[in-house]
Design a protein around this ligand. Sequence first.
Ligand SMILES: Nc1ncnc2c1ncn2[C@@H]1O[C@H](COP(=O)(O)OP(=O)(O)OP(=O)(O)O)[C@@H](O)[C@H]1O
Length: 250
Amino acid sequence: MAASDTDALPSLQNQERSILLSLKSISKTYVTGDVSVPVLHNVDLDILAGEFLVIVGPSGSGKSTLLNIVGGIDVSTTGDVFFQQQNLSEFSEQQLTRYRRENIGFVFQFYNLVPTLTARENVIVAADISADPMSPDDALELVGLADRANHFPAQLSGGEQQRVAIARALVKKPELLLCDEPTGALDLSTGRKILEVLGNLNRELGKTVVIITHNSAIGKMAQRVIRIGSGTIAETSINPQPIPANQVTW
Ligand SMILES: Nc1ncnc2c1ncn2[C@@H]1O[C@H](COP(=O)(O)OP(=O)(O)OP(=O)(O)O)[C@@H](O)[C@H]1O
């Protein structure tokens, strides 16, 4: 991996990528009763359209908080989030819901599939609340699970369940796929397959993919890696030659 490179962003922008989303001086403090927990401090970050970005950092450093703010699940205490020139910080709840539905696909560590629905039905649930979804069968095809569409989650391995979860995220045709420890519950070989699927969606469909993880090995397949420490961006680096997912090892 390249050493820290403050020119990382311009060099990626030279590939004529526009800024999809901008965090401007984002701070977040959780307040519960008398207790304040400051988590993010003046974070500035541009996410470029079509990039594969990995955000790494130790447990408790604020990665999920950051991802949730990007995805409109949570709001910052101060600062602004611009998505295609719109300021999310000024959105009503209803506007945030529409933003999430139309633009963001979420993938979590523990799949969160409905156990009583088949793979296809799990994907259909997401398609049904989307304005312009792709066909659920096409989404399953894209993750290599067309032949398991009628299987229930309990009949699928962890990696297959995660692929259903990716199909569910994808069916809405989101601009941005936000993945929170997508391989965290999987062994190396299954985890690589998930990373391969995410890499293909980035390369072949042009999806912008952001992965947050404590596993810095995953950064080797990213175009850009951001290291979070104590609620700030401690380091940004670019990979001139990201490695293929099947060579990532941990
Ligand atoms: N709703 C909340 N209320 C209060 N504190 C919170 C809340 N959510 C997160 N925190 C605290 O914010 C800090 C950052 O949490 P966050 O989940 O963003 O970190 P993380 O880097 O994603 O950690 P992990 O890798 O363990 O998931 C932690 O100290 C956590 O306890």
